[in-house]
Structure formats: structure tokens, C-alpha cells
Design a protein around this ligand. Sequence first.
Ligand SMILES: C[S@@+](CC[C@H](N)C(=O)[O-])C[C@H]1O[C@@H](n2cnc3c(N)ncnc32)[C@H](O)[C@@H]1O
Length: 185
Amino acid sequence: MMAGLRKHGRGCDMFPSDPLQAPLWTVLASLTHARRMLEVGCGHGYTAAVMASAGGPDCHVDTIEGDPHHAELAEQAFLQRGLSRRIRVLRGRGQSVLPKLKGRYDVVFLDGDWREYPSYIPHLRRLTRPGSIIVTANLNPLFGGWGGRLPGKPAIQSYLTRLVRDPHFRTYVVPGEWHSISVRV
Ligand SMILES: C[S@@+](CC[C@H](N)C(=O)[O-])C[C@H]1O[C@@H](n2cnc3c(N)ncnc32)[C@H](O)[C@@H]1O
């Protein structure tokens, strides 16, 4: 595993996505002919690197990270992998950075603090085009996953309810995995 993708200490609460999910990004990149992808919750850069590789040499990834140490480790990892030109790490929390972004993304991955998700919805609309795909991770707390003691269930419920009712999206929640997959219509 490349340096930077590991946890950096016992207190680190960074959980990279399961490598079994890696082919998902190839499927989504092909489906959307992706040129721009966006991630909230870069961690140490594992999925951003997978997304960039899946999209090929003309695809760029913007990835938002709220922890400066994680952002630093991710940038080192991208440099080592020759991906720095195509992956931009945007420092700050999703709710502060998303309003500053412009243009349209073909694929969006939400993998940070789920309590912010409801505030992302106007930006998901603004930053996508018909056919864009949004994958939302970390829905487990609503469904009793991860021990069921985590805070923020009402935020996930509010996010999913609004997303499902929003005429701009069609959404499917993957049972067991508790990710949602939405297409912008
Ligand atoms: C589950 S890890 C991300 C793993 C990464 N997506 C991957 O698969 O390799 C969550 C990361 O999101 C960051 N984070 C949590 N909430 C955030 C937020 N609201 N905005 C930006 N980053 C956030 C954490 O610091 C942590 O590095």
C-alpha cells in the first residue's frame, strides 16, 4: 500500500473505503464519461486515487478534507503516485468548501461527517448535470450499523428524505452496504 494511505496513529479515525468497492469507480467513470469527480472526505487519499485512475488521464478529481494532517498525507501519496496534476486537495469542511466550487461534476462521493449532509443538497444540485452520479457513504448509523450509538441519525434521515423527494434526483439505498446511489435527472 502506498505511503499516506495508512492510518497515521492510534487516534486516527480515518477509514478508507473497502478495496472491493474499487471497480464501482470504473463503472461510474465509464457510465458518465467522467472528466471531473468530487469527493468530500479525502482521508489519506485512497478513493481519490482510485477515482482518478478509473477516470483515466483526462479526468480530474477535487477532494475536500477537513483534517490538515490527512490532507497533507494525501497530497504526499498523490505526489508519489504521479497523480498530483489530476487530484486537487481542498482543505476545509464540506459545508465551507462546497459553496465555493463552480462548474459541474460527473461523479460525486460523500464520505465525511454525515451530520453535514443535509446542507450539501443545494450544492449537489448546483454542481451536477443530468446523468451525474452521487454516491453517499456513511449512512450506517441510521440503519443501526457500527454499533448504533453514533450521533446524527436525524441528519441522515433528513438527507435521505430530501434526496428521495427531490425531483432532480433518483436515489437507491444499497441494502447492507447502506450507501446511496443517486442519479441527477
Ligand atoms: C471515511 S474517511 C475518508 C476515506 C476516503 N474517502 C477513502 O475512501 O479513502 C473520512 C475523512 O473525512 C474527513 N472529514 C470528515 N468530515 C468532513 C467534512 N465535513 N468535511 C471534510 N472532511 C471531512 C475526515 O477527516 C476523514 O479524513
